[in-house]
Each structure stands twice: as C-alpha cells, then as structure tokens.
Write a protein that binds this ligand. Sequence first.
Ligand code: IMP
Length: 428
Amino acid sequence: MPASVLVGTQWGDEGKGKVTDLISGDFDCVVRYQGGANAGHTVIANGHKLALHQVPSGVMYEGVVPVIGNGCIVDPEILLSEIDMLEGQGVSCDLLKISGNAHIVMPYHKDLDGANEKRLGKNLIGTTKRGVGPCYKDKMDRIGLRVQDMLDEKIFREKLESALVSTNAILAKVYGMPTYTVEKICETYLPMAERIKPYICESSLFLNEELEAGKNILFEGAQATMLDIDHGTYPFVTSSNCTAGGAVTGSGVGPTNIDRVLGIAKAYLTRVGSGPFPTELPEGDEVGDKLSSVGHEFGVTTGRKRRCGWYDAVVVNYAARVNGLTDLAITKLDVLGCLDTIKVCVAYECDGKRYTTVPEHQSVFYHAKPVYEELPGWKCDISGCRDFYQLPREAKDYLDFIEQLADVRVSIVAVGPDREQTINRHWK
Ligand code: IMP
C-alpha cells in the first residue's frame, strides 16, 4: 500500500480523527492535503482527549512523519499553540513538515470571513470563522502569502504590502472595518515565522522520495465529500477539495501511487452550518435529541450543536463514486444501540422522480424527500465487541445493508471512542 487516502463521505465529523489515529501506525507519513484550522480532529493521547486543528493526527505515533501539504492553509497562531499543547502532553512535533507552498491565514482573512457571513444574513454559510474562504480566495486571486514567504522578511513585507492594497480597500469601503498596516501584521507574524522556519519543507519532493524508498503514505482528508468545493452542496461547502482527488493536487504525489481510498461514514448523519440535509430530523425530535446526546454531537472547532439525521445511503453511494472508494469505515455504530428501530434513506423522491444518487441540480436536492427502509435496532451496548461475529444479528444486518447500498466493503467498524473499540474486518 504505497499511498492510501482517508476521506469523509458525509458532511464532516464522521470520526476521521479516530480512524486516522487507528491506522496511522501502519504508515510512515501522514499528510493533510487541504483545509486549515477549520478541521477538528479529536484524538486521545495518554488518556487525554485532544482536539487537533492543524497538525495531522499521525503526530500521535512516534516515528510517523506528519506533513502539512501544499493544498492546506496554515494559521500560524493556531499551529504554534497546537505544537505547544502537544509537546506539553509529551507528544513530539520534531518530525512535522510544512509545505512551503501552503498558504498563510492572515488576520484580515478572519475579519473578512466574519464580515461575509454578516453580509449574507439569513443565507449565511455557517463557516467556522477561521478565515478559510478568504484565504483560499486570495490564493486563487494570486495575492496570497505562502509559508515559504516567511523565510525572507523582505519578500514577506513586499507581498503583504501588495495584498493590503486591495484588502484594505475592501475592509474599509465594503465593510467599514479597520484596516491593517504591514508593520502591524509583521509585529506578530515575523516572530511566528522564526518558529515555523525549521518545519518548512519541499514536501512534494520529500513525499516522492519516501515513496521511492518503499515508504507508505496516508493522506488524511479534512471536512468531507459533501463539503467539497466542487462536489459538495455548493455554496454551503468549504473552500477546498476534500475529496480524494485533492490528495494529489494538495501534496504533489501522483495518482498512480494511491491504491486504497477509505471512506469514513458515521452510522447516522450530522451536519454543522447551513445547507440542505434531506434526512435531517426536526428540532426537538426525540430520536434526533437521543443521537445528539448519546453521540455527543457538538463541533470540535466551534462547539456548535450538530444537526442530526438518519444515515443517507444516497450520499455515501455518491461519495463512493466521486472518491473511488475501495473501503468504508462505519463509525459510532454503538450510538444506535439506544434506538428501537433504525431508518436508512435508500433513495430520494422529487417531483415524482426517484433518485439513487445525489442529483446535480441544487433545486432537486433541496426538495428531495427521503425514501426510508426501517430496520430493527439491537437495543444493547456493543462497545465491547471486537469482532464482527460478536455483534448482535441486527447490527450485522445493518452493516450488510449499508455495504450493499454503497457497493463498497465495510472494512472497519468503530463501536466507541477509544482506539481499541474497533472491529477491523478487512483493512489490514
Ligand atoms: P469553512 O470551512 O469555515 O469556510 O466553513 C464552510 C462550511 O464547512 C460550514 O458549513 C462549516 O460548518 C463546514 N465545516 C468546515 N470544517 C468542518 C469540519 O471540520 N467539520 C464539519 N463541518 C465543517
């Protein structure tokens, strides 16, 4: 397995951190290829629950090289505080590598993120307000600052001065907000640049050399398929390619090196932020409330309550297609143990037409009515199961049904938050 990609198949928060943490030990490098501090991966270190936003989850394994690829954006303040937090917990970040081509989140990106959301009013996207959209916007506009610009103060100042011409005009004239000077930003960013310098690396070259030396790479996706800028529920998406293809452009490793794509799907569904969600349970629904409380469905990055709903096989089947999934990991199966019966959305109906894949036309998706099949629940605690055959029949049937609808084998099943609370069927 030279390179594998791990991707979210839904709207994020599928438990990617736990699965990455579980399989990272089999790899030599773990690479983030898109997104920034909007991601929130929960991992457990020495019994402590840690939330990672910038550093790849692979950092938890000694000897695994964590890489922040060129497709990522880096918030230096959050990155450095995360490094300090990890080292404070005895987790070394010495091997961390950051691509010089990754873009830097600036303070004005966060201001603009908040201002854009305010401007959108009731149509707001519900972003994490980490400056993600504005930072990627500057990248595409070719006025962004990259991590490598931190290596040279003169270049950093020149590029910043140029970026501030248009940015300050937008801040002042469009939003009536305070503007920035080069000096003000350099005061905080230059000292941070000194600390970041040792981690900067030509990561595409490094990763390709690793592959040539027979090493294995795991690409750790953040956010998820339905939040992908191209394949998600635009405009209620993030600003990067979260799908498997992003691993290639976001790292500089060719697609022929990737032989497995592991999709992570929660056994039910959640979403934070705005946007369509066909299987959403209404506010105050008893089942929705149970999933929320038993599954602790609150955002890692923002603490927001996640919207809850039934498993949507149409979404996961779509994710199988756009990512080329070879394997599925089903997480939080234990949470469903609190329900008498479990619904699975097998298709949508809209204007008398039946859809078994996510319709490309946004209006159809907005008006899609889920068609459910109801399965019996198992009504017991399965968190102690370590083998597929230890699961109650109803839980095995649920997994078989999911597998059949996705047309992808279920290789990993998570039955609790700890690393050991996992059933590994086919991954190894
Ligand atoms: P942004 O990535 O902060 O621009 O937010 C865009 C959309 O993606 C919003 O709906 C966010 O709630 C969602 N989002 C971003 N990161 C995550 C994540 O890690 N998990 C779940 N949703 C996310």
